[in-house]
Structures are given as structure tokens and as C-alpha cells.
Design a protein around this ligand. Structure first.
Ligand SMILES: Nc1nc2c(c(=O)[nH]1)N[C@H]1C(S)=C(S)[C@@H](COP(=O)(O)OP(=O)(O)OC[C@H]3O[C@@H](n4cnc5c(=O)[nH]c(N)nc54)[C@H](O)[C@@H]3O)O[C@H]1N2
Ligand SMILES: Nc1nc2c(c(=O)[nH]1)N[C@H]1C(S)=C(S)[C@@H](COP(=O)(O)OP(=O)(O)OC[C@H]3O[C@@H](n4cnc5c(=O)[nH]c(N)nc54)[C@H](O)[C@@H]3O)O[C@H]1N2
Ligand code: SF4
Ligand SMILES: [Mo]
Length: 747
């Protein structure tokens, strides 16, 4: 007897609603949910493989604990005993910063990852926090922090209404979008064109997205900040600056014009390797469009000037009056956001409140660069203790961060390591304790993080599609128990963690004059929470205190968990709306268009005007049937065009004597790898491309299928020393490399 269960897809940022066919406890099919208020039936091949991914026989079913050097199956009780016994002595002997925490990408796709890491970090009190954000979007957080006073206030392009989209270093036809949650991004791009809108794509590769574009600019990698600065320059010199309704909320416009005066189209042309007419035309088109949105992603962030490029994206949106207006770039308002406060000055955003121990990298948003994790473990200094114990949660930095070989050795040297991960992979193989979460069908889903980046305000919640298998533990409970174990409260009922979170939130809310529950009794409010367990009660709490919530009776028709459960396909909360000045938390209460740290970094960009890289530059790429490092174990998602090959342009292939399919040795600052060449004119001359997340098959891993098509780890070419200084983000694109073709006989 099969049944249908609805489940939001957790596999990428698009958050599509799926309709799963469940036979017993197995998911036998996944289709797009046509009634989903946001995704309307869209699904991609990864979502369609939900059942195979869920049932992957290599998923761990029980915790593993290292005994006599070997990872062995253990009970949950034994595993948490081992965690407490491993972490506490390190904290007590060397202090809290000697315990590192690594949070990986899937934390933005799980309920557990949204509700517990901050509590875990609070319990530990460590400054040694490293996340996938510094391999990804930290430059955007820093630019938002500086411009708007809130690192999480990230404007998203109004995809469904804009007349003109300028897309920089993003390939949503493969990635399905990022920092812009939009199920069926491809369909939304096609709709933009169908309604007469225009699409411009800036990318060194002619991607599937670039093929859709009205104009494709194949820029030299790493040069976007220069191109965007020249565009802003043109807006000033051609009198095209028009802030419109934004004007009263923005300060520093003239100062930006002054600061960018050297970045003329002629001055940037050679470094970008584009004609000076290009930035001029792009700026004029942007200014002339009735509405327009500038949007930058991975290719604009993971480069040496990532924060400046991210800042310039919003500067262009602001100078053309497109920030915070329909059809431009707006701030979403998610159902679990805090109740918006009245406008006014805030606390602002600070960088560098502490520094990494070895290379003195400044923290950003409470994080240190993931590129610096290996040295924080393997290098002694007089400054304090190295990281001696590590907790990795949903992260595989051995493949996703620079210089995996060094990190691999560093992890092997730790006193103690815990991984919360469903797989024994390149990273978790070093753990002393592995705590496996259940497969997605057995987990609840709500997009706490991604709804704050969605192109339409909406709210959806899925309860687990399948009950927890015997012997499994919900990931929410795993993280609650982990929090207690590292805090020295091992053995306490994990419900205490949720109860504490509820008490804290309510305590603040009742004391806040702007809260709908101001002055009420927290105990009485807590007793009203519904939900089957602590995490559901916390969701209920956030919904009820949020911008659409019932305010515990203050707005009787408002949102509650019960109301959401009555709408299994979700509740549409309408298109994005202008919200300024309320999201601003700068000290001035306005958008600070030329923040000090940005102004101080501009001379470095000035130096880049003279750069003319002579050799080859490496960029990455993504494939629709892959996701970072962990989906290569599902046969349906590998093979075909999803292979770890080195793309290079026919001109470069000819010059270097490389044949299609021939193995090529690629050398970078951090090491070398060998991959088969794929000669293609989709990369521009002077650029080669390798995808990331490959390089499987190290001993001690359990990824049976992935090990048969291992690919190579592109991040071995990086040494981790090249960062965007403001954000600490790794430079993963525009990396200088050398190629040497191998004869088939050479290894
Ligand atoms: N060269 C290069 N490197 C890159 C990038 C690039 O473009 N180029 N991209 C970077 C980006 S944007 C990112 S976000 C990072 C990603 O890098 P990571 O954050 O390391 O993420 P993944 O590689 O996706 O690994 C995710 C881990 O989570 C585990 N996992 C999967 N589902 C769950 C779950 O439900 N719960 C738990 N606890 N664990 C789970 C997987 O088994 C895997 O070990 O990679 C970065 N690395
Ligand atoms: N199928 C699939 N979907 C994914 C993922 C995945 O691995 N696979 N990962 C998810 C994650 S974690 C993220 S963060 C998002 C990322 O989502 P996107 O940002 O859309 O990621 P990419 O597809 O890597 O697109 C980045 C583009 O930048 C280009 N590029 C490289 N260097 C430069 C440069 O210097 N300048 C410019 N202008 N362009 C450059 C590359 O050629 C590439 O086409 O995707 C998410 N979705
Ligand atoms: S686009 Fe992303 S969210 Fe949608 S089905 Fe594919 S993997 Fe899942
Ligand atoms: Mo990412």
C-alpha cells in the first residue's frame, strides 16, 4: 500500500515542494508538488533522486565510536558518553577556543541546523568557528553589514517582476539559484525574456545561463569589481545617478563618486579583458531599464575583491534607484523573522572583534576563515592554544576547503573529533565519534534560512514523511544532546535545551515595547505553544512572534504552527514589498554607501587596474546533478556530462598540445592534480575549469559508488593563503595554474 507525503526538498536553495510516494518506509518516487504555493510542481533531477539518496545503503545507521584506533558501531548512549569524555577535558585544560566548530552547507537545509548551532556555540563559548560561508557568501554578509548594519539583510532580485537582470558569476541553470531562493529559476528567467525583459550575464564561461542571455560578457576571472566600479563611474559621469525614493535613506553618494573616480571604463578594460564600451553600455542599459536588478553570486564572491564586488552590486542597485522597489532588489520578510522594529539608528556592524591565532585574520560575523582551519590546528604560536578538538556538523572541508591534504593531516592529529554526518567521508573518517542524522524522509523541514532570501514571501512546513526508524535519533535531538555534552551537562533531558531557548526568546519579547507580547507572562505564553516536540514548539513560537504571527492573540487571524499545518502546500505571503528604512541597523539609521573598511580596501582594487595575468586562470563550475561534495554516491546523479574533467578552450589546447580526453596535470600553489581534458569553447581563452567536491576514495571512507568514479579534488590546487581580506573568504576562482599534458603512458 503506497501513500503520498509532501516534503520540501532540502537539496539546494530552491526549496521545491515534493510529493513523495512512500511504500512502507521507503520513498519510491518523488514528483514536483503542483499545488505547492511557491514551486508549483517544479522539480530537478536531484529532487527526483530523493528516494535513492534517502535509501543510500552507505548512509550510517548507528553512531560510530573509535576504539583501539577503529571506528565501531555503538549505541547512542555510548556515543554521547564518548563525546562528553572527549570534549570536556580539552575545554577544561586548554580553554574554550581550543575546541573548533565547523558548520557545513546542509545546516541551511535542516531544521536542526537552524535551531541548535547558536546554542551549541553559546554553550562552548569558542571563537574557533569556521563555516562554509567563508568558502561562499561571506563577502555579501560583510557588504550588507557595512551598508545596512545587518549582515543578514541581503537584497534579492525581484525575479518575477524585473525588466532587466544583470547576473554576475552565477549559473542558476545548473545551481538553481543561491542567495535568491526561487524554485524553477530557469522558468523564471524564461518568463523574464517572454515579458520583454533583458538578461545580461557576466561569466568567463558561456554557461547554460549565459546562452539564455541577451548579452554575455566573458570577463577575465577575478575582475568583476573593476567592471562594476567602471559601471558606477559611468553613472556618475553621464549624470545617470537617480536614487528616486531611496534618496532620504542613503548617505555618502557623492563620496562614492569621488572614491571611484579612477575606475574609468578605459582604465579597467585591459584588466577585465573587455572593451571600454562594455561597462559604458552595461551602465546605460541599467539606468535606462524601467526596473532592474543587479545580482552577483559565487563568481563574484570567491575572488580577491569579493567584498568590493558584493558592495558594488548594491551600489549599482542603489545609484539606479532599484534597491527596495518592485522589479529591483528587495529585502524579503520571512515568517520566522523577528517582528520588525520601527526605523532608527542601530548598533552597526563590526569586523575584527577578534583574530585568528596564526595569521591574524579578522573575524567576520563571528567566524574565522575556513581556509585557516588547518593552520589553527597544526601550527603552534605564543598567542594561545591551537585547536585540539573539533566538531564538524554537515561539513566536508577536506574536499570543500583549500589544501585538503594539509587539513586531512591536521584532522588526524586532533586530540578529539566529532562529526555529525550521515556518511563516513573524507572528513568524518577522522572523527572519534560519528553521529549520523536520519535520512531526509525521516526529518521535518522548514526553510528558516532560505525564506529570508526568497523571491516571494511564503511559508511552508513538512513533518517527517516517514517515522524515525528504530535506533535512529532525530538530528534536532542529536544537536541538543551534543550541546549538553559539550557544556558538561551530559545526561540532562535534551528537552531542556528547547525549553531554555523558548524561555530566552519569550523573556526578551515580553520586555520589548515593540513586541505584541510586551508585558505578558512568559510562562503563560509558553504554555500556549503547540507542536509535537521541542523543535515544533520553537517553530510555533517564532511564527507567532514573527511579522505575520498571531502575536499570541494580538492578531487573531495571524500565523501559528496549527494554521500552517492546515496548509500542507504552504501559505503564500505575497510578493516582496519595499521595507526601507526598517531593515537598517547602521549607526546613522541610513544606508552608509561608503563605509570605512570599503574605502580603505579601494586602493587595493586600484592596484588591480595594472594586473594582466599572463598564464591560465582556474574557475569552478557546477552540474545540475551534483551538489558540492556529497551527491556522488548516487548512481543516478553521476555519469553522463557530470564528470570531473578539465574544461579548456581549443586555442589553449592547441597551444599546449592537449587532445580532448587526454590526461592533464594541473599545478597550483597548493599542489597538483591530474584530470582528463575536455576541450570546449564554452570557457574563454586563458581560462580552465574544474568542478569541486570530487576526489573521493581515500582509505577509511564508505562511499562505495563515489569511490568508483572518484575524480580529483580541485581545492588541492589552492594553498589557502589567498583570501578576500575584508571577509576572510577563500579565493576559489581566478586562481593561477599551469598545465602539462601527460602521455597516456604516464601515471
Ligand atoms: N573550488 C571550489 N570549492 C568550493 C566551492 C566552489 O565553488 N569551488 N563552493 C563552496 C561552497 S559555495 C560551499 S557551500 C562549500 C560546501 O562545502 P561543505 O559545507 O563542506 O558542504 P558539502 O560538500 O555539501 O558537504 C556536506 C556534508 O554534510 C553531510 N550531510 C548531508 N546531509 C546532511 C544532513 O542532513 N545532516 C548532516 N548533519 N549532514 C549532512 C554530507 O555527508 C557532507 O559530509 O563548498 C565550497 N567549496
Ligand atoms: N546542481 C548544483 N546546485 C547547487 C550546488 C551544486 O554544487 N550543484 N551548490 C549550491 C551552493 S552551496 C551554492 S553556493 C550555489 C552557487 O550558485 P551559483 O553562484 O549559481 O554557482 P555556480 O554554478 O558555481 O556559478 C558560478 C559561476 O561563476 C563563474 N565565475 C567564476 N569565476 C568568475 C569571475 O571571476 N567572475 C565572474 N563574473 N564569474 C565567474 C563560473 O564560471 C560559474 O559559471 O549553488 C547551489 N546549488
Ligand atoms: S531545484 Fe533544488 S530544491 Fe528543487 S528539486 Fe532540485 S535540488 Fe530540490
Ligand atoms: Mo554554497
Amino acid at each position: 500500500m503506497s501513500r503520498t507525503a509532501l516534503r520540501i526538498c532540502p537539496l539546494c536553495e530552491a526549496t521545491c515542494g515534493l510529493s513523495l510516494t512512500v511504500d512502507g518506509t521507503a520513498v519510491t518516487a518523488a514528483r514536483g508538488d503542483r499545488d505547492d504555493v511557491f514551486s508549483r510542481g517544479f522539480i530537478c533531477p536531484k529532487g527526483a533522486a530523493f528516494g535513492a539518496l534517502d535509501a543510500d545503503p552507505d548512509r550510517l545507521r548507528t553512531p560510530l565510536v573509535r576504539r583501539d584506533g577503529e571506528l565501531r558501531e555503538a549505541t547512542w548512549g555510548e556515543a554521547f558518553d564518548a563525546v562528553a569524555a572527549g570534549v570536556r577535558p580539552v575545554v577544561e585544560r586548554y580553554g574554550p577556543h581550543s575546541v573548533g566548530v565547523v558548520l557545513g552547507n546542509p545546516n541551511v537545509h535542516t531544521v536542526a541546523g537552524a535551531l541548535y548551532p547558536h546554542l551549541l556555540l553559546g554553550a562552548l563559548g569558542t571563537h574557533s568557528l569556521f563555516t562554509a560561508s567563508t568558502l561562499d557568501q561571506m563577502p555579501k554578509h560583510v557588504s550588507s553589514g557595512l551598508l545596512f548594519g545587518d549582515a543578514n539583510a541581503i537584497p534579492v532580485p525581484d525575479l518575477d517582476r524585473t525588466d532587466h537582470l544583470l547576473l554576475i558569476g552565477a549559473n542558476p541553470m545548473e545551481s538553481n539559484g543561491s542567495l535568491c531562493t526561487a524554485p524553477d529559476f530557469p522558468g523564471r528567467l524564461k518568463a523574464l525574456k517572454a515579458r520583454g525583459g533583458t538578461l545580461t550575464v557576466i561569466d568567463p564561461r558561456r554557461t547554460r545561463t549565459a546562452k539564455l542571455a541577451d548579452r554575455h560578457v566573458a570577463i577575465r576571472p577575478g575582475a568583476d569589481a573593476l567592471l562594476l566600479a567602471a559601471m558606477a563611474h559611468v553613472l556618475f559621469t553621464e549624470d545617470l545617478v537617480d536614487l528616486g525614493a531611496l534618496a532620504p535613506h542613503v548617505e555618502g553618494v557623492d563620496e562614492v563618486g569621488q572614491a571611484l573616480r579612477d575606475f574609468t571604463p578605459e582604465a579597467v578594460a585591459a584588466a577585465c579583458d573587455v572593451d571600454a564600451g562594455v561597462p559604458r553600455a552595461l551602465a546605460r542599459e541599467l539606468a535606462a531599464a524601467p526596473t532592474a536588478a543587479v545580482y552577483g553570486r559565487i563568481g563574484s564572491c570567491t575572488v580577491p575583491h569579493g567584498t568590493l564586488a558584493s558592495w558594488l552590486v548594491d551600489v549599482l542597485n542603489i545609484l539606479t534607484g532599484n534597491l527596495d522597489r518592485p522589479g529591483g532588489a528587495l529585502f524579503p520578510q520571512a515568517a520566522t523573522d523577528r517582528t520588525p522594529r520601527p526605523a532608527g539608528p542601530g548598533r552597526g556592524f563590526a569586523l575584527g572583534r577578534w583574530h585568528s591565532r596564526v595569521s591574524r585574520h579578522p573575524e567576520a560575523k563571528g567566524e574565522l576563515p575556513l581556509s585557516a582551519l588547518a593552520e589553527e590546528i597544526d601550527t603552534a604560536t605564543d598567542e594561545g592554544e591551537p585547536v585540539r578538538a573539533l566538531l564538524t556538523i554537515a561539513a566536508n572541508p577536506v574536499l570543500s576547503a583549500p589544501d585538503g591534504d594539509r587539513l586531512d593531516k591536521a584532522l588526524a592529529s586532533l586530540d578529539f573529533m566529532v562529526s555529525v554526518d550521515p556518511y563516513l567521508n573524507e572528513t568524518s573518517r577522522h572523527a572519534h565519534v560519528v553521529l549520523p542524522p536520519p535520512p531526509p524522509a525521516q526529518s521535518p523541514h522548514h526553510d528558516f534560512a532560505l525564506n529570508t532570501l526568497a523571491v516571494r514571501n511564503q511559508v511552508r512546513y513538512s513533518r517527517p514523511a516517514v517515522p524515525l526508524e528504530p535506533g535512529r535519533m532525530a538530528e534536532t535531538e542529536i544537536l541538543a544532546r551534543l550541546t549538553l555534552a559539550v557544556a558538561g551537562r551530559h545526561g540532562t533531558d535534551p528537552a531542556a535545551v528547547d525549553a531554555m531557548a523558548v524561555r530566552q526568546t519569550l523573556g526578551k519579547a515580553v520586555g520589548d515595547p515593540h513586541s505584541p507580547v510586551h508585558g505578558r507572562d512568559p510562562g503563560e505564553l509558553a504554555a500556549q505553544l503547540t507542536g509535537e516536540n521541542g523543535p515544533e514548539q520553537r517553530l510555533d513560537l517564532m511564527l507567532r512572534l514573527g511579522p505575520y504571527g498571531d502575536g499570541f492573540g494580538a492578531r487573531p487571524d495571524g500565523l501559528t504552527l496549527q494554521r500552517l499545518l492546515a496548509h500542507p502546500h504552504g501559505i503564500d505571503l505575497g510578493p516582496l514589498r519595499p521595507r526601507l528604512p526598517r531593515p537598517l541597523k547602521t549607526r546613522s539609521g541610513r544606508v552608509e554607501l561608503l563605509p570605512g573598511p570599503i574605502a580603505a580596501d579601494l586602493p587595493r582594487l586600484g592596484q588591480a587596474l595594472a594586473e594582466r595575468p599572463a598564464g591560465l586562470l582556474l574557475v569552478g563550475r557546477r552540474h545540475l546533478r551534483s551538489n558540492n561534495s556529497w551527491m556522488h554516491n548516487v548512481p543516478a546523479l553521476t555519469g553522463g556530462s557530470n564528470r570531473c574533467t578539465l574544461h579548456l578552450h581549443p586555442d589553449d589546447a592547441e597551444r599546449l598540445g592537449v587532445r580532448d580526453g587526454q590526461p592533464v596535470r594541473v599545478k597550483g600553489a597548493g599542489g597538483e592534480v591530474t584530470a582528463p581534458a575536455e576541450v570546449t569553447d564554452t570557457v574563454r581563452p586563458g581560462v580552465v575549469s574544474l568542478p569541486h567536491g570530487w576526489g573521493h576514495g581515500r582509505p577509511g571512507t564508505r562511499l562505495t559508488h563515489a569511490a568508483t568514479v572518484p575524480g580529483v579534488n580541485v581545492n588541492q590546487l589552492l594553498d589557502g593563503r589567498t583570501l578576500d581580506p575584508l571577509s576572510g573568504n577563500a579565493v576559489l576562482n581566478g586562481v593561477p595554474v599551469e598545465l602539462a599534458p601527460l602521455t597516456d603512458a604516464q601515471p
